[in-house]
Design a protein around this ligand. Structure first.
Ligand SMILES: Cc1cc2nc3c(=O)[nH]c(=O)nc-3n(C[C@H](O)[C@H](O)[C@H](O)COP(=O)(O)O)c2cc1C
Length: 212
């Protein structure tokens, strides 16, 4: 099933607590969802993040305590871990600028101004601010992933409630220069999930939007 209307899909979606473990997301659907993540806008177009896709029981077992035994992680079809890079530096930017030049058929060095501007922007950030800025990009990615899930009638739950340090250790993310930020368990809602039947709570639109 797929939703044609974005609003209908967003009304349908909810932060899923229990998935039906017998239902697995098909590869084609998964690819579409991942592509939506990849198409997300990032500052400077740097895409300084990775999506780590986990499937199978072994990961659920290994991540059980680091995710506080949350049912959505334990019952999902696939678990996405969203991580930001920790090695964003002038070398990364140089390589990325060269890749952009290649994709766009530009001459070598055509994006030297972009490269300089980006490097100078980063220089102004201390380590904490840089990591915070990098993590913010990941929050935009999860928004698109969740919307893509909903359009495919795939259930999901955005999560920041996990022990990120422990998850990084278990998945060996530090060696890969990555810090986990968010998780997105995905699958199909279980009949046993009472939250599927609870009313969605949102403020009235005219209270939320300030028009000037
Ligand atoms: C950034 C973020 C982090 C969240 N972390 C968790 C989490 O760790 N565990 C969880 O069960 N739900 C988590 N949620 C889900 C929210 O509680 C849920 O989206 C919110 O209550 C609105 O409900 P709805 O998504 O069902 O409409 C998170 C949501 C967001 C956006």
């Amino acid at each position: 099933m797929e939703y044609n209307s974005l609003l209908e899909a967003l009304e349908w979606r909810y932060a899923t607590n229990i998935f039906d473990e017998t239902q697995i997301i098909e590869e084609e659907v998964l690819q579409d969802i991942l592509k939506a993540g990849n198409l997300t806008a990032t500052a400077f177009g740097a895409q300084a993040y990775q999506l780590i896709l986990l499937e199978g029981k072994q990961w659920k077992e290994r991540l059980e305590s680091a995710t506080f035994n949350q049912k959505n992680v334990q019952t999902c079809s696939h678990l996405l871990v969203l991580a930001h890079r920790t090695d964003l530096d002038s070398a990364y930017i140089k390589e990325h600028a060269a890749y952009m030049e290649q994709v766009r058929g530009l001459e070598e060095g055509a994006l030297a101004g972009y490269e300089r501007g980006f490097v100078n922007f980063l220089k102004a950030l201390d380590e904490d601010k840089k990591n915070h800025w990098l993590a913010k990009q990941v929050y935009i990615v999860i928004g698109n992933l969740m919307t893509a899930c909903a359009l495919h009638a795939v259930d999901a739950c955005p999560m920041e409630g996990f022990n990120a340090k422990l998850v990084d250790e278990i998945l060996g993310l530090e060696e890969k220069n990555l810090n986990s930020v968010l998780m997105l368990p995905m699958g199909y809602r279980s009949e046993d999930d009472k939250y599927a039947r609870t009313e969605k709570v949102r403020k009235p639109l005219d209270e939320m939007v300030i028009r000037m």
